[in-house]
Design a protein around this ligand. Structure first.
Ligand SMILES: Nc1ncnc2c1ncn2[C@@H]1O[C@H](COP(=O)(O)OP(=O)(O)OP(=O)(O)O)[C@@H](O)[C@H]1O
Ligand SMILES: [Mg+2]
Length: 166
């Protein structure tokens, strides 16, 4: 397993700007798995990703519809598995097809269906930090970092978090 990258975000705008970098760098077919408790900042990060993809308009959490699509440089498939009953429902959603497609899949509550995702995903875990605006963000890939399609992006995120003091 690859060495995780640990980032401390001091506020939502920093989480969003990390997301923006991810959106700017994303390639067709990338899959980004988000985990962490309610209110940790998964949707906030996704809003940044959408900005980085040039998606117009506000990206809401799709909790009640499970999946929404947004047009940008790449199509953003924003999935929220919070209300999903079982991993089988992910298949019913057609999620497997989205995962193989040319868009960028961002999946909140990905831990509800680990088994359906490809190995080389970007896995981002968000959690609460020392104060109300602080979040700890852990980024890793399912394969060795040097072998991952996300290798350059991880380097960029490490640099960005060092510069922003995150
Ligand atoms: N450093 C931070 N990074 C991200 N969000 C933060 C930060 N500090 C405070 N917040 C606030 O925390 C909230 C995060 O909400 P968000 O909807 O992104 O969480 P979520 O993980 O998607 O929750 P859910 O599981 O309900 O979908 C927002 O109100 C945001 O302004
Ligand atoms: Mg959310």
């Amino acid at each position: 397993m690859a060495e995780p990258l640990h980032i401390v975000s001091p506020g939502p705008e920093i989480t969003q700007s990390l997301g923006r970098t991810i959106g700017e760098q994303a390639s067709a077919g990338d899959v980004i798995l988000l985990t962490g408790p309610l209110g940790a900042g998964k949707t906030c990060l996704t809003q940044g990703i959408a900005l980085g993809l040039g998606v117009e308009g506000y990206v809401r959490s799709p909790t009640f519809v499970l999946m929404t699509r947004h047009k940008g440089r790449l199509t953003l498939h924003h999935v929220d598995l919070y209300r999903m009953g079982s991993p089988a429902e992910a298949w019913d959603l057609g999620l497997d097809e989205q995962l193989l497609g040319e868009g960028l899949c961002v999946i909140e509550w990905a831990d509800r269906a680990w088994e359906i995702f490809p190995e080389d995903c970007l896995q981002i875990d968000l959690d609460y930090g020392a104060d109300a605006e602080q979040r700890t963000i852990t980024v890793e890939t399912g394969v060795e970092r040097s072998d991952s399609r996300f290798r350059d992006l991880l380097l960029l995120l490490a640099k960005q978090s060092a510069i922003s003091g995150a």
